[in-house]
Design a protein around this ligand. Sequence first.
Ligand code: PGA
Length: 249
Amino acid sequence: MRRPLIAGNWKLNLLRAGAVDLVAALRSGLAGEKRCEVLVCPPFTALGAVAEALKGSEIAVGGQDCYWAESGAFTGEVAPSMLADAGCRYVLVGHSERRQFFGETDESVGKKLRAAQKAGLEPVVCVGERLEERERGVTQETVGRQLDGALGGLSKEDVLKLTLAYEPVWAIGTGKVATPAQAQEVHAFIRARLAKLAGDAAAREVRILYGGSVNPENIRGLMDQADVNGALVGGASLKAESFVKIVRH
Ligand code: PGA
């Protein structure tokens, strides 16, 4: 198992100056951090400045989305190789806000993650059920369908290079974090599904992050779960103090 990953998803926040200030504070606050790998995902316009400010540090940079084509007449889109060129090692794919507001489907998530891997990026593939799906008791069915739809047909080698993020939609930005037991239950389900796709050994290697209202107070209980291998943090990643505390939990 690789090192746990703590990722900050900045969403639609921060101009370049604020972004550079934030990573400068993270750089000093996280100096010497060995236990967890750290990732920040700024908006596209700040990627270059953030990558420059993080040169020589171990904090990785990622995009929040990408397109699947490498070039062409696709106004407004950004190719995986452009993210790599801007200094990214990772890219988020299939975040629930992309699914909810921008028409992302399991099929487009699958195309994006493949294109990202082809360009040498490490995709962080996000899945998770809506409140209504949890209340109807179809959480596993929903997450299973998202996984099969996006990951079906990937080679074992490519599954091994993935990171997954379980983000229950009802926990994102709401302050309603999943309990550690709720998170563990779905993480274990995801790992079993990965084992079906790629075998037990590969499934054991894949990091599964939890996301949704993670903060310095609740991180430890989540990370204590056997199948929780890191966190995808939104709101609490915009302040150096809280993000550093989450990483150093
Ligand atoms: P949140 O967002 O931590 O603000 O709930 C998490 C995410 O959307 O990745």
